[in-house]
Ligand binder design. Structure first.
Ligand code: C6P
Length: 417
């Protein structure tokens, strides 16, 4: 995939010890034990550069945007629009006008389901998602189906946690109006072959939305190469602040969509009889947006590009392979899912020890993982488990931390068996 201009052209081996210095929170102790943070799929930690950018915004740029003629308003507006350009570059969008700032992945999918859905989904139509989806890519579509009388169809998975692509092709019918698919499963780490899936859907004239919440943090994204119609991510999962994310939409898709919310800054003219709206993306950003959030998301993008996303992907793959091998050595531990391609996260079970007990005991040892259904209840049902324990990785994690996890899990097993 082509790299963004500011990514390192040659992927330098990532020096994890150097990188760790950028994240002050990694130095804290939990119950006198050094923190081992392996809950990155839920939210990543923030580098000093991002923390400083928040302070910089509020100490030298803060004002409302697109409204004032004064110095600070101009400064804040410039920084906000610069963040839009950075975001476009981050995913190689054709134009910054294809980037809408939103609260995060959840809001973006709701925006598309509500706005795009109101224009294109009617009674009898079908929406195709997969069995791997996070609730954020299920519930908004279900709500839309209930509103208009459409049907939600689901691509099945095999026991390894890979999508059944033969079933996928069969599920694409002349009633299918959109395919909404996660790029990377938050629960199993499955990397879906979305480029091929998009090609197949497009050959039948069906647009595709990609939930990129778990792919944007891990590798280069090129929306033009993927040719997806929508791509969505949350900044807090790629080293930026909470409460901000982006929706990428192809220009012709966004231009055809009615506004999502009404209010200030999204209008051209307002009379009591009729309101006319601005073009995308402004049309979808009603009211005062998360200005600081968008600008600082831009800083998180700068940071990732400085590290180099090829370097990040290479290092994280090495870490993931190491983690799989280390965990598999633990007696009684079974990895859940064995996808062909995996990124970011590993789910596992340890004999009959409940995942919540695993998570709680690990926490006492300073190790943060996530235990639960991971907002993917239908997937848990398909796997035949109420919950899993999940370790998820970032480029600041080390093999030593994985060893600590392994050792702690061995002790937990000894305690329970
Ligand atoms: N997954 C996890 O621990 P928000 O909350 O809007 O930033 O992201 C929602 C979301 C959507 N899609 C996928 C694939 C996700 O992984 C998430 C968030 C977190 O796995 C919190 S449940």
């Amino acid at each position: 995939m082509p790299q963004s201009k500011t990514d390192s052209i040659i992927p330098f081996p990532l020096n994890v010890e150097t990188v760790r210095h950028d994240f002050p929170i990694l130095n804290i102790n939990v119950d006198d034990k050094p923190l081992v943070y392996l809950d990155n799929a839920a939210s990543t930690q923030k580098p000093q550069m991002v923390i400083d950018a928040i302070q910089h915004y509020y100490t030298s740029q803060n004002a409302n945007i697109h409204r004032g003629v004064h110095y600070l308003s101009q400064k804040a507006t410039d920084a906000y629009e610069e963040a839009r350009r950075k975001t476009a570059r981050f995913i190689n969008a054709d134009s910054e006008d294809e980037i809408v700032f939103v609260r995060g992945t959840t809001e973006a999918i709701n925006l598309v389901a509500t706005s795009w859905g109101s224009r294109y989904i009617f009674e009898g139509d079908e929406i195709l998602i997969s069995h791997l989806e996070h609730h954020a890519n299920i519930v908004p579509w279900q709500m839309l189906c209930e509103r208009v009388g459409a049907t939600l169809k689901v691509i099945p998975i095999d026991d390894d946690g890979d999508l059944d692509l033969v079933a996928y092709e069969k599920l694409l019918t002349d009633k299918t109006r959109i395919v909404a698919i996660g790029h990377v499963s938050n629960a199993l780490g499955t990397v879906n072959p979305i480029k091929e899936m998009i090609k197949t859907a497009h050959s039948r004239g069906i647009p595709v939305l990609v939930d990129g919440a778990q792919s944007a943090p891990h590798f280069l994204i090129d929306v033009q190469d993927l040719d997806c119609d929508f791509y969505i991510a949350s900044a807090h999962k790629f080293y930026g602040p909470t409460g901000i994310g982006f929706l990428y939409g192809k220009a012709h898709q966004l231009d055809a969509m009615p506004p999502y919310q009404g209010g200030g800054d999204m209008i051209q003219t307002v009379t009591f009889e009729k309101t006319t709206y601005k073009k995308a993306p402004d049309r979808f950003e009603a009211g005062t947006p998360n200005i600081a959030g968008a600008i600082v998301m831009g800083t998180a993008i700068d940071y990732m590009e400085q590290i180099g996303r090829e370097s990040i992907a290479t290092y994280e793959q090495e870490l993931l392979t190491y983690a799989r091998e280390r965990l598999q050595k633990i007696e009684g531990l079974s990895l859940i899912g064995n996808p062909k391609e995996q990124a970011g996260a590993i789910s596992f079970a340890l004999d009959s020890v409940h995942p919540h007990d695993i998570g709680t005991i690990l926490d006492k040892k300073g190790i943060a993982i996530r235990a639960g259904h991971h907002c993917a209840q239908p997937l848990m049902k398909r796997l035949g488990v109420p919950a899993t324990a999940r370790a998820s990785f970032a480029f600041y994690n080390t093999k030593e931390e994985i060893d600590s996890l392994g050792l702690a899990l061995e002790k937990i097993r000894a305690l329970f068996i």
